[in-house]
Design a protein around this ligand. Sequence first.
Ligand code: 13P
Ligand code: SF4
Length: 351
Amino acid sequence: MSPTTLEYRFTDVEIENEAERLLAKLMHVECDSRHSWNLDTCRSIAPLTLEINALKKAKDAVILAHSYVEPEIIYGVADFSGDSYMLSMNAKEAKADRIVFSGVVFMAETAKILSPQAEVIVPDRRSGCSLADSLTGEQLRELKAAYPDAAVVCYINSTAEVKAECDVCVTSSNVYKIVAALPQKQILFVPDRLMADNIRVEMKKLGIDKEIVSSDGTCIVHDQFDPNLISESREKFPGLKVVSHPECTMDITSESDYVGSTGGMMQYVKKTEAPYFMMLTECGLVERIEVESPEKRFISGCKLCPFMKMNSLEKIRDALLEPKPDQIIELEESLRLKALRSIDRMFEMAE
Ligand code: 13P
Ligand code: SF4
C-alpha cells in the first residue's frame, strides 16, 4: 500500500493503472514547460487523481474545467472541459450536489447563477480575470446613463453584478450572431474594448449597421501578441495557419486564418490540414489539441494566463475535502435572478 493522504489509500496496482491511464493522454503534451510527462511524472500524480476521483463520488461532485487549465486536471479529473459557452451549458444541466469549477472566478459565478441548488466551489479565490475585474456594476450603471438607447451586452468574462445590469450576455462563440440579431443600432458592449473593435469590423463585413461603444478592459494575455510575429513566422513556416481569439487586437485578428472561441479554435485545427499552426491564445489550448490530435504540429506563440494557472490538483482535492468559506461561491438571490436573465437570453439567442 502506498500512503497518499489521511482520507484515502491506494494499492500499488491501482496507482500503476492510474499512471498508465494518465500517460496515455499526457504523453502527447509537448507545450507544457513544467513537466515532460512520462511514467514517473504520471506515477507522482496518480494518488492525487485517484483520490480526487474517489472524493467526487463520495461528495456527489462534478468537476468542470476550462481548456486553459493544466492538462493533468483536464485529463486526470475533469468530467467536462471546454469553452465558456459549453461549460455554462454543463453547469446548467449539472445534477450533482457540488460543482468544482476549475477555471476562473467569473466562470464559477456563472455556474452558481445557473445551478443555484449546487454548492459551487472555486479552487483558488484569487483566480480573477483582467476583463471581469475591469468593470463594476456601479461603473456600468454610469455608462448606461450615458448611452440610454443602447442595447447593453456583456461578455461572459464579467462579474455577476455586471451581468445583472445587461440585456444579454455573450461568449466568444456567439457574440457576432447575437449582436447582429439585436434590434438596437447602438450597442454598449462591456468589458472588452478589443473584442468591441472586432465586433465593429465583423458587423461591417456583414453589412450590418451598428454603433459599438465599450468600456476599457482588455485580457492581459490576448492583448500581448505582436503582429510582427505573424509575418516573420509566415516567412519561416510556409503553409502556416494562424489561429487567434477575438480578445486579441485587430492587428492580430485581421492577420489570422481563423478567429474564434477556444472551442471554435480547437475544432478548426482538428479539421484543417496544414503543416504548422500558431495559436495566439493561452497555451492550455495547445496542450488540449496535442492530446486529442497528436499529429498536429505547432510553432511557439501561445502565452500563459496567470489566473487559470492558479488551479492545481492539490487545491481541487483540498476544496473537495473541506472547502474554505472563500472557495464557496455565494450570490444574493435577487442579484442572481437578474444576472440569470441575461444568460438565459444568451441561450435563447444562441441556439
Ligand atoms: P472562451 O469562451 O473562448 O473559452 O474564452 C474564455 C476566455 O477567458 C478566453 O480568454
Ligand atoms: Fe481572463 Fe484573459 Fe485569463 Fe481569459 S485568458 S481568464 S480573459 S485574463
